[in-house]
Design a protein around this ligand. Structure first.
Ligand SMILES: [Zn+2]
Length: 312
């Protein structure tokens, strides 16, 4: 499918996923009740969702794991997966000269390059090369429930209540508790955009801070992180609510020259046909996938290509 040495400007993955019995993203916990994420669509419809932040965090984690394993450069903050990234070691970027600071930040760290950062002094900002929209429940195809669970204090069972001192009684109260946890199942629409042409691109001076070999490695790393994100969406509460991944389908869009790939919401049933039509009109390639296997095969093929080099 993909000829080696072909260049890739942008890639988008647009599709629908069926996740059962998960709780990948929540509003927060008040007392002993955890609230699931709720989002509102344009017509007022309330539905379930998993934020782009959560999907991006999962992608960042799989990027980090590969970078550590393959000894690719990581800055001091990203070595230990700190969310501040380049800002933790801003002293190493020099003072005042923004072009130099951006060049150093991009050269020294794969994760800062691919996932972006904000440094306060000198003030430089990098927008992520990978972007995720909300993974949003298809109206009428999402179900939510709240389950009550009990945490027991097994050591206290069978002990004669009257013979226990008062402070031991208090310990039991703290150890035993009821808590409420959401569980959700549904079909969700997801949208994500990857811009290989921006890998290593210093957007202060608009030149590439790293060589083409290093850019290619980072491109492959990001695609592998996508594969892992779809096969292993390690979000919140996976210790007891790991999603049952039942289905995945959609379309991958690939542009080989500076043409932005079209993006349409998979909330609409005909999103694949419309994207394919737009792809034909705008010279953007489209590849359908029916499950995680076919998605992985397409992404693996794309790894043979190279990130687009702008500004020859
Ligand atoms: Zn970093």
């Amino acid at each position: 499918m993909v000829e080696p040495q072909e260049q890739v400007f942008e890639i988008a993955v647009v599709g629908r996923v069926i996740w059962n019995l998960h709780s990948l993203n929540n509003e927060g916990t008040i007392g002993n009740v955890t609230e699931p994420r709720t989002v509102v669509l344009w017509n007022g419809t309330k539905t379930d969702g998993v934020s782009g932040e959560m999907l991006k965090h999962i992608h960042a984690f799989w990027t980090w794991l590969q970078a550590k394993q393959n000894n690719l450069p990581l800055c001091g903050g990203c070595q230990t997966f700190q969310p501040q990234r380049a800002d933790i070691d801003a002293g190493g970027l020099g003072r005042g000269d923004k072009v130099t600071a951006m060049t150093v930040a991009l050269t020294r760290c794969v994760l800062c390059d691919l996932h972006g950062f904000l440094v306060r002094e000198p003030t430089i900002h990098r927008q992520s090369v990978v972007e995720f929209g909300w993974t949003v429940g298809l109206p009428g195809q999402v179900y939510r429930d709240v389950h009550v669970h009990a945490r027991h204090a097994p050591a206290e069972r069978g002990v004669d209540r009257e013979r226990r001192p008062a402070d031991e009684e208090r310990t039991e109260v703290a150890a035993q508790m009821l808590y409420h946890r959401p569980t959700r199942s549904g079909a969700y629409g997801l949208v994500t955009l990857f811009q290989p042409w921006r890998i290593g691109l210093d957007e202060v001076s608009y030149s590439y801070a790293i060589g083409e070999d290093e850019r290619a490695k980072r491109y492959q790393l990001a695609l592998t992180a996508y594969e892992w994100t779809f096969k292993r969406p390690d979000g919140a509460m996976t210790t007891t609510r790991y999603p049952h991944i039942e289905g995945l389908e959609g379309v991958i869009l690939v542009s080989r020259k500076p043409v932005p790939v079209p993006l349409l919401s998979p909330l609409k049933d005909d999103y694949r046909e419309k994207l394919e039509e737009l792809g034909r009109i705008q010279d953007v390639e489209t590849y359908r996938f029916q499950d995680v296997v076919s998605l992985t095969i397409i992404l693996s093929e794309l790894k043979k290509a190279l990130p687009f080099h702008m500004f020859q």
